[in-house]
Structure formats: structure tokens, C-alpha cells
Design a protein. Structure first.
Length: 221
């Protein structure tokens, strides 16, 4: 089922002055640029519209980067965690603590999550799954750590040559160099172990060749 993210969803983000540059693909500062920032922040609205209605127990963000989205996620769960390959977890944690946000942050890969089986209520991933290799290993890990009835909520970029060209004009980065063919394999691989509970394609009226983002909430099979 496809819906549109409500306009009133305005995520609380870590402010620009508190962002740590953690890697070459961490573009958290883009969230605060004119026009590009509006497009970037749409991803967070999509995630918020797909999160479970109930308060979440243990939530893990895959690819938390500079922690820009963690202040919002912290309001929606009891225990917040993040994992990312970069080595700046301590710096990010200090910045978050200065804003009264506390999270257990790990340096590591999505293909080897440092959590016990069936220990996480919700996994969140914002434009990062398309970087993970080998992705089938990550999917198996997501399935392992999620509790029965748990949710995987993610947003991934659309795959369109037209939008890739616009992305290059706005950012100077070539999408194919970042994603290669991983965008095409992402959802089919997830469907091997998960079922779709809700899907949103944005923008709503141009969800074909002009689709910016595809967001889903999935549950384990």
C-alpha cells in the first residue's frame, strides 16, 4: 500500500554545528542546504511515517553517520543504538550527549551486528543499505536480530538516469559510482526473508522515472 508522508512531520535533527564528518559518503550537511536540504529531509519524513505507531523498545539505526537523525529517533524508543563502519563513534556520542541524546554507538558492519538473536524491535536505515556488501549477509543479520513482530524501516534512492543526472548537477557526485547495480538488487534480496507491510514512493505524483525515494516497512517472514 502506498501513502504520502504527512506534511506536518518535521524531524528533529542534530544541528549543523554539531555534525562530525565521518566518511566520504556522509553528507549530513546536505540536509541544511537550500533545495537539496528539502529533498534530503524528505527521507526522514518517509521514515517517520512508516515507523510503528506504538512506542518502540529497542531501536537500531544502520548507518547512523554523524548522528543527524538520532535526536528524532531517541524520542520514539526506550533504548537507542547505532552501527556504522566509521571510527568516529566517540565523537558522535559526545555531540549527541551535549543535546541530551544518549545512544549506544558501535563501529562495525551491517553484515555482523553486535546484538543477540531476537533482541531488536525496530531497524532503521536511511539511504545506506545500497552501500552494504555482501547485502544478502546483511539481510540475514537483520532477520536474526529482529524480534518476532519487529520491523525493518528503510528508505532508498530511486533508480533513474534522469534523476541521477539531476543529482550530479546538485551535488557533483555521480550516483552510479556510489551505487553501481546495488539499487536493483536491494529489494529483491530483502524479499527473500521479509514481507512488505507498507510502501511509499516519493514524490507521490511522479513515482515512475521521477521517483526520488522508495521507502518501506517490512517484517520478517
Amino acid at each position: 500500500m502506498s501513502t504520502h508522508p504527512p506534511e506536518h512531520l518535521v524531524p528533529t535533527l542534530l544541528p549543523p554545528g554539531s555534525l562530525v564528518k565521518t566518511s566520504g559518503v556522509d553528507k549530513a550537511e546536505w540536509n541544511f542546504r537550500p533545495l537539496l536540504g528539502m529533498i534530503q529531509r524528505l527521507r526522514f519524513r518517509l521514515i517517520l511515517s512508516l515507523l510503528p505507531d506504538r512506542h518502540i523498545g529497542r531501536l537500531l539505526e544502520i548507518g547512523y553517520g554523524s548522528g543527524v537523525f538520532l535526536p528524532e529517533l531517541a524520542k520514539r524508543c526506550d533504548d537507542l543504538y547505532g552501527i556504522d563502519p566509521h571510527r568516529a563513534a566517540a565523537s558522535v556520542a559526545r555531540n549527541l550527549a551535549a543535546h541530551r541524546v544518549h545512544a549506544g554507538l558501535f563501529s562495525g558492519s551491517a553484515i555482523a551486528l553486535p546484538f543477540q538473536e531476537a533482541s531488536i524491535d525496530c531497524l532503521v536505515a536511511v539511504s545506506c543499505l545500497e552501500y552494504v556488501e555482501p547485502f544478502d549477509h546483511a539481510v540475514a543479520e537483520f532477520r536474526r536480530v529482529l524480534k518476532p513482530g519487529g520491523s525493518l524501516v528503510f528508505v532508498t534512492p530511486g533508480n533513474s538516469p534522469l534523476l541521477d543526472a539531476a543529482h550530479y548537477l546538485l551535488t557533483g557526485c555521480r550516483a552510479q559510482e556510489h551505487y553501481a547495480g546495488r539499487r536493483d538488487r536491494l529489494i529483491p534480496t530483502l524479499l527473500q526473508q521479509f514481507t512488505v507491510q507498507q510502501e511509499i514512493r516519493a514524490p507521490k505524483m511522479l513515482s515512475g522515472v521521477m521517483m526520488l525515494y522508495r521507502a518501506m516497512r517490512m517484517g520478517p517472514r
